[in-house]
Ligand binder design. Structure first.
Ligand code: C5J
Length: 229
């Protein structure tokens, strides 16, 4: 099904069979107290507003049978994929690999690295562990998308100006058309989110497009989409 939506800076069209939803890092470590985000001094409550819209977006993507990728920023237990410079960030005792209330901070397999239950992947959806901020760095994401002839990405998740924006820029450079859903992404710093949305769509969409969730999925269901079939 080909869809066209009113986005910024202009219309965004895509074929659902050649698009993927990329849900970025909706993990306890970033969204709940006592994880990595809070260890870095952030107010994690700033992210809670994007959870329900992200779930609506996920439900919609499932309803149109779009490919879905859930990324998680998490390191191997032996930290072999964590550069020393990254390991040294944050206060001593609250760094990557240190023990915390949700297990070792930002380590794959620990409770903190897992997805929020309401955004948990279903069978058949891709879970992509990544050691960096961008989902294309040191992963097979590009190959995986190419094998499925995917040319457009719908992006959501946290945080807007870090992992979401980095991934969107990587994807844009690789030739993917990228649409960021505004309510389904959040930052610990609301002004960084606002600036990122503006930056992405400036200069005729230099990094991609942005749209409100309702512009993509309609207010209550998917029926208000402009299908170009
Ligand atoms: C951060 C992320 N903020 N998922 N990671 O370190 O944006």
């Amino acid at each position: 099904m080909e869809l066209g939506i009113d986005a910024q800076p202009g219309p965004f069209s895509f074929e659902t069979t050649r698009a993927a939803l990329v849900m970025i890092d909706m993990q306890r470590d970033f969204l709940l107290p006592s994880g990595f985000g809070e260890a870095l001094g952030n107010d994690v409550s700033q992210l809670s507003g994007c959870i329900a819209p992200a779930r609506r977006l996920l439900d919609w993507a499932r309803s149109v049978r779009m490919s879905i990728v859930h990324t998680k920023e998490a390191h191997a237990p032996d930290l072999s994929d964590c550069p020393p410079a990254k390991l040294q960030r944050g206060a001593p005792g609250k760094r990557i690999g240190d023990p915390g209330p949700m297990g070792r901070i930002l380590i794959d397999g620990e409770p903190g690295s897992d997805f929020l239950p309401e955004l948990a992947p279903l069978a058949g959806e891709r879970v992509l562990r990544k050691p960096g901020k961008g989902a294309f760095y040191a992963t097979d994401l590009d190959d995986w998308l190419q094998k499925r002839s995917i040319t457009s990405l719908i992006l959501a998740g946290v945080t807007t100006e870090v992992c979401v924006q980095t991934t969107m820029r990587e994807a844009n450079d690789r030739g993917y058309n990228c649409l960021l859903i505004e309510e389904a992404t959040a930052s610990y710093f609301p002004h960084f989110k606002r600036a990122t949305l503006e930056m992405v769509r400036a200069q005729g969409g230099i990094v991609g497009w942005t749209a409100r969730l309702g512009q993509l999925i309609g207010e209550g269901d998917a029926s208000s989409l402009k299908a170009n079939t």
